[in-house]
Design a protein around this ligand. Sequence first.
Ligand code: ZN
Length: 132
Amino acid sequence: MATPDYQQSPFVQAYPETSEFWAAAAEGKFLLKSCKACAKAHWYPRVVCPLCGSDDTHWIETSGRGTIYSYSVLERADPSYVLVYVRLDDGPILISNLLKAQPDAIQIGAAVQARLMPVEDGRSMPFFELAD
Ligand SMILES: [Zn+2]
């Protein structure tokens, strides 16, 4: 079965101001919106900076490196998985899944790296793995 075109996703169509994010994600690049007025990046991408209210925002590519701010192992799910809050080195905190990690190896403050991976509707989303 072919992967659906991310541009047909209702999430992508509903928020055209995020189209640059999805296009970059499809190529494995992780973009953030950053604000020229307050010089801070934010998540999720918005036209108006949520930190200072300026509309002078632009796209930056993040390395995707960060550290675990908090996490939860969902052991009762089948299969179990790990929800993780990551503080990116570029500033914002976002929620995602931590992949391939043994629960005993996870610690708050541990270094992680984002990977853009496709989900069911064709979009690519940032997931995280423990960094080497
Ligand atoms: Zn700002």
